[in-house]
Design a protein around this ligand. Structure first.
Ligand SMILES: *[C@@H]1O[C@H](CO)[C@@H](O)[C@H](O)[C@H]1NC(C)=O
Ligand SMILES: *[C@@H]1O[C@H](CO)[C@@H](O)[C@H](O)[C@H]1NC(C)=O
Ligand SMILES: *[C@@H]1O[C@H](CO)[C@@H](O)[C@H](O)[C@H]1NC(C)=O
Length: 334
């Protein structure tokens, strides 16, 4: 081998490293809190069905609650378009299931979205494309990213690649793993990036958001891979809340061995699965139907509300951080 051959090989090796999914700092967006130091948002999951299965009714109530709470943004926990995500950037379902449904004035705010497993069954890159933002500027979808709002950091996490069965037993479904495979390397890098970002965070509240359940009593139940791989990173870094969709219901479950709280908001459209399974952690609230969640925050308080399709508050829970000791929690069930 000549010296120039060796140089070419070295450059090719470097290029290969650069092309593989590599550890990198997570994209960070800033979303200022209100002047009074508060922040309000709605959380919806598992929704895009062209208005069917009560999607439109949930959207209407989100509009009303969004106005009442003067929300700053909306979070989607994924499964944005059924059954197979978008088939490209020009898929009409984007308008039919998103722009034309969430029409209320109060919902004309940024939507921060993660992908769910159904989104991965279409063209996953379409939802991530900046082209979507040209069609509807609200739609801010990335794989894993951070939204910082002064006293709170939201860590959005791409959880679909964690589930091993999608890779090993996809059945008739096709998953768009472009930019993700190989799984092991992608997950290792993501966990490293997340751990770095969490360690670096000085925010008063740390909130993690993903599509898949950590703990759930409904159809899918717990996600074993997340309990094993993601949860230790969240616990080590004192993450306050993990918020997800995937199970088509509303839930609040408390960890028995740490302060972390799990919230499922996956009631954006098709629900009423009629499934229930026991859980090792403490189940505080479970509603097997459609609805959504609101979160109101300031430096000292976090207030969670769950709503049904008629806008009725089903459950409320709040947490305080008046000092640097353990959070004081106050539970009120209706
Ligand atoms: C719509 O919501 C109502 C009230 O919760 C429920 O009775 C009905 O079954 C829902 N429809 C569908 C298609 O899920
Ligand atoms: C750590 O925080 C600083 C200041 O906010 C930021 O500039 C930097 O990118 C962060 N690093 C990571 C790994 O998140
Ligand atoms: C919990 O909430 C209830 C109802 O809002 C209130 O009356 C009570 O004082 C609260 N308890 C604590 C310990 O904050």
């Amino acid at each position: 081998m000549t010296r120039s051959d060796a140089a070419v090989l070295a450059i090719m090796a470097m290029a290969a490293v650069l092309c593989a999914p590599a550890a990198a700092e997570l994209t960070r967006l800033e979303h200022p809190a209100k002047n009074d130091g508060s922040l309000s948002l709605l959380v919806i999951g598992d929704w895009g069905r062209k208005g069917a299965y009560n999607q439109s009714r949930v959207a209407e109530q989100m509009g009303r609650v969004g106005e009442k709470l003067n929300i700053d943004f909306i979070v989607s926990t994924g499964d944005n378009f059924y059954k197979n995500g978008l088939n490209g950037v020009d898929d009409q379902q984007f308008e039919e299931s998103f722009s034309d449904i969430y029409k209320a004035q109060s919902l004309q705010k940024p939507w921060y979205l993660v992908l769910g497993n159904h989104d991965y069954r279409g063209n996953a890159l379409a939802q991530l494309s900046p082209v979507m933002r040209k069609i509807d500027s609200r739609f801010i979808c990335m794989r894993s990213f951070i939204v910082n709002s002064e006293f709170v950091d939201f860590f959005f996490i791409d959880t679909t690649p964690f589930q091993l069965k999608y890779w090993t037993h996809p059945g008739k479904d096709h998953y768009d793993w472009r930019g993700v495979a190989p799984r092991g390397k992608y997950i290792a890098n993501l966990l490293k990036d997340l751990d770095d970002a969490l360690k670096n965070s000085t925010a008063r509240w740390k909130i993690a958001i993903g599509h898949h359940t950590m703990r759930s009593v409904s159809e899918h139940g717990d996600t074993i891979e997340l309990l094993k791989l993601l949860l230790p990173v969240l616990k080590d870094n004192n993450v306050d809340f993990y918020i997800n969709g995937h199970d088509h219901c509303l839930e609040h479950i408390s960890s028995r061995d740490s302060p972390i709280q799990y919230f499922t908001s996956g009631g954006g459209s098709k629900a009423w699965r009629g499934a229930f399974q026991r859980n090792k952690d403490k189940v505080r609230f479970f509603y097997d139907g459609q609805g959504f969640m609101s979160l109101q925050l300031n430096r000292d308080q976090a207030q969670f509300n769950f709503y049904d399709v008629s806008g009725k508050i089903l459950y409320q829970w709040s947490s305080s951080k008046m000092n640097h000791l353990q959070p004081i929690t106050n539970v009120s069930e209706e």
